[in-house]
Design a binder for this molecule. Sequence first.
Ligand code: NCD
Ligand code: ZN
Ligand code: ZN
Length: 382
Amino acid sequence: MLAFGTIKTTVLSFKVLKLPSSKIEGSRQLKCKASKMELTITQPDDWHLHLRDGELLQAVAPHSANFFGRAIVMPNLKPPITSTAVAAAYRESILKALPADSDFSPLMTLYLTDTTSPREIKLARESGVVFAVKLYPAGATTNSQDGVTDLFGKCLPVLEEMAEQNMPLLVHGEVTDPNVDVFDREKVFIDTILQPLIQRLPQLKVVMEHITTMEAVRFVESCSYGSVAATVTPQHLLLNRNAIFQGGLQPHNYCLPVLKREIHRQAIVSAVTSGNKKFFLGTDSAPHEKRRKECPCGCAGIYNAPVAISLYAKVFEEAGALDKLEAFTSFNGPDFYGLPRNTSKIKLTRTPWKVPESFSFSFGDIVPMSAGETLEWQPSSI
Ligand SMILES: NC(=O)N[C@@H](CC(=O)O)C(=O)O
Ligand SMILES: [Zn+2]
Ligand SMILES: [Zn+2]
C-alpha cells in the first residue's frame, strides 16, 4: 500500500504547539508532550457505511460501533431496502448485532428505484428512522442492478417530494455508459446529471458520496452551503490509482468509484483540510469476504471501519491541519443533516498499532484497509 509522505512527529508537535489557541477548537483538548500526543474530539459519525446483513452484519457492526456515534447505513442489500417498513426491520437487525452496551445509532436510507413513489417518501419522513434516499445508477456499483435507469424520466415526482420533505438525496455519482472511460465516470455524471438536477430542483439537498476527483471538489465548492455536500473516504484521501497495481494487482485497493490520479487525491485532501464545511466523513466501509475480493471478477469495496479514524487523523496530520479534524469527523455531517452534534468524546492517542492482516470469522476472512501496516493514531472511548 502506498503512503504519501511520512509522519513527521517533531514537525507536527511544533506545528500544533505553535497554533494560536484561537485557531484550535477547544484548544485545551490538545495536549502535547515531546514524544506523546493526545487529541480529544467529539465522537465522530460515519455518513456513508455498508453494514450488510446476516453473518457479515454480525461481524462488522461492532467495528463501526466502537468509535462512531451514528452512521448513515447504505441500502444496497440483496434485495435492496426500498421501503420504510423494510428499512425499519433492517434497523432492528442492526441494533441486535451491536454489543449490549452500545449507543450506536443506525440512520437508515431508502434505495431509489424507477418505481419509488412520492408516497413512500412521505412515509419515510414520518417514520423518523429514514434519513435519506440513495441513488444508484443501475449497474454503477455493488448491488446496483435495481437502481435507477433514467433519473429525469422516471424519478422527477419523487425528487420533487424529497425536496418538499427536506429528504436528502445521496448519490453514487458515476454514469454507467460503457463508452465512458471508467476514470471519467464521475466527471461526466456531474456534467450530465448533477448540474441539471440542482438547476431543476435547487431546494433538493444532495450529498455526493465518496468523491474522487478535483471536478467533484470544484462542483461541491461551487454550490451553496446547505444544498450540496460531499462525503470523503480514507482511501480517496490516502491512495491514488497506482495503489491498485503496486507490485501486482491489489484487489483490496479496488473500490468504486475507482481510485484516481495523484492530482485528484491532492485536490480532495486540500478541500477537506481547508476546513470547508461542505465536506465530511463517510468511510464507505464496504466489507466483502476475502475470497470474493481475491478471485477473478473480484468485488469492489474496501473494508476500512476498523482503521478509518486513525487514517483520517493521519491525513489531517500530514497536512498540518489536525485542528480541522474534529469539524470534518464530527460537526459538518450533523450540521448538514440538521441533526444535533454528538455530546460524547473520543480520544486519539499517538500509540502506534499494527492493523491485523485480516479478521477471521466462522464464514471466512475480511481483509481491512492498511492490513499489516502500523498506524500512528489509536482511538479510544472516554
Ligand atoms: N464502494 C464500493 O466499491 N462498493 C460498495 C458500493 C458503493 O458504495 O459504491 C459496496 O457496497 O460494496
Ligand atoms: Zn457508491
Ligand atoms: Zn458505498
